[in-house]
Write a protein that binds this ligand. Sequence first.
Ligand SMILES: [Fe+2]
Ligand SMILES: [Fe+2]
Length: 428
Amino acid sequence: MMLNWDDPLAAPIPRVNGHKPQLKVVDAVDEPVVEVENREIVTETQVAESTPAQPQASATEVTEAASPPLEEAATQAPALRRARQPLTDEAFKPQQPVRAEDKRVINGSGDINQLAPFKYPWAWEFFINANKNHWTPLDINMAQDVHDYHHNLKPEEVHVYENVLAYLTTSDILAMRNIGLAVMEKMTAPELQIYQARQVYEEALHTWTYQHCIETIGLDQSEIYNRYRVVPEINGKIQLANRRLNDALRADIDLKNRDDLHDFVLSYTFFAGIFEGCWFYNGFSPIFALQRRGLMKGTAEQLQYIMRDEVLHCSFGIRVVRQIMQEENVKLDPQAVRDMWDEAEAAEQAYAKFLLPNPILGYNAEDHSQQFRFIANRRARQLGMEEPFPGAQNALPWLDEQSNMRKEKNFFETRVTEYQTGGALKWD
Ligand SMILES: [Fe+2]
Ligand SMILES: [Fe+2]
């Protein structure tokens, strides 16, 4: 049946020849009735016949294949009932209580389905704190941004605005997939997985936020979303991230193998320390520079909410990496780490030059690259590593303050809940 997206609950009861179909106990084997867009009533078989040949089986065939005949189902029923009987006392053996000391970040032997006792209470704290930054992109007024974009931004500022969004939106999908598909499954303590489950949601929320900005401003969605495919400097960062993160995503990884373990830790270090800790942290700053001049303030506020999440993601990831290195006695190959920083810097410099071939008021490519190196040093210290770019200066001293929203806000311009959520967060 076609779903009415405007009102999903309002789907009419399908009728055939003016008669309401008779409900039967097993109606899946009958040919069900569907409704198509022109409101004619047709069967699923008719839909299949009017559709070009598909490699998949028709809906009717799938239904038949998935549902055993009634006679067969009847003979299976006693077996199913037996399987559902409770275990007898002889079969049940009580298990030893879970001990916190059996838990490890990876390769642990604790029960992944039992939350406490905690071994990593800080991970639970991350989850609690993440829930204090609760928002959706619809909470923020974008009306002035629409006006700014069409009337107040100069061409070079439009170029900055669009390309920052084009890079970020692809990056956040990558982030969601990396945490959800590659990292989370390898954690063997539930308190770590629970925060990462929240992180997966937040990355999806960030993708929604960019989509909301792109749609609200009235940008060409297809062109913006395809931009990373045609702009080498955006593509370079995405491809570098894909290559680095694939070391954690590949299906045959074995974390009991020392080489695989090393590659996984290096990949997670890149993700937390560079991808989130530098590229995202520094990635919003061109739009914060516009915000400081009173431009695109709605978008900037959206990014401030995202920034809060990303600071937590980065801090959590770095803590997990350090914990793994301690528990598993992993020492990263110094040359591999050096290459990681250098590759990331080269990609960021190329991106900055594309983004800002000429300075905009209050922001330029060299400041952007300098700030990357300054933040990279901070992440390296947090990771317990040597600074990769000694002497790098804080080119954007306003960024740390701009990235948090502890400053007073006009009560009538923002959400009341912000007072409850924002004031409770601590920053790195
Ligand atoms: Fe994100
Ligand atoms: Fe993130």
